[in-house]
Design a protein around this ligand. Sequence first.
Ligand SMILES: [Zn+2]
Length: 276
Amino acid sequence: MKKDQLLTRRRALLGGVAALGAAGAAGLLGLGAGGDPAAPAAPAAGAPARRPLKPSTYRLQPLVGHGGPNASRTLVRREPVLRMTGVGRTMVLTFDDGPDRRYTPDILSTLRAYDVRAMFFVCGEMVVDNKDLLAEMAEEGHVVGNHTWSHPLLTELSRGRIRSEMERTSDVIEETYGERPRWFRAPYGAWNRSAFQLGAELGMEPLAWTVDTLDWTEPGTRTIVDQVENGAGPGVVVLSHDAGGDRSQSVRALRDYLPQLLDDGYHITVPRRHQV
Ligand SMILES: [Zn+2]
């Protein structure tokens, strides 16, 4: 790996997360052991009225806005969801940090070839120049989650900044995908109480992952494939990336492990909220 690649903001921060060991790898950072949902989130105080949604041909489901009935039913968790439960040989593939025109269309194409749905945790600032890709995700039944606007380390931000990062991203997802996101993932897997509370206020469940492909280290396509196949199991949520660096290995790996998983009898799908 080239030295300049090691010095990027993303890798510097991820290095810090990795130093925390298994907890960091599982997408948890400095959280208590309690995993039970706490009190329901209060509706967002002073939340602006929902903007009317432009009619769109790709909108598949009724709009669910924050402040609506679903938002008040989202519980505040103390740790993110790591896997699905009670779903047999089912797995979830997730792709973070995009969309990126260089890689996301390839990933969409592979998913289409196998008639598989996946999750894309997008950053708002990436969506702005790639609105058509969000429309394509909606048309093809993929689930789009909120991965903040600019991919900051939330644990270093004020509550107001965290809210802004999350809210702006939900707004641009609504505008381009056709509905507000129901899932949120903290950058670097670095969650804190504000992130859980604000996510719940915005009607989103926090989803981490079970298996990290470590594709951001560009370890080679074969290594990424091995990470997925060795980590495969019922309810497993796989983390990969479609942006944030050279993701050509991630693109090639998917073409290899996706048919393998299907051959092995796995059903690749997107989670319903009662499955977590
Ligand atoms: Zn990320």
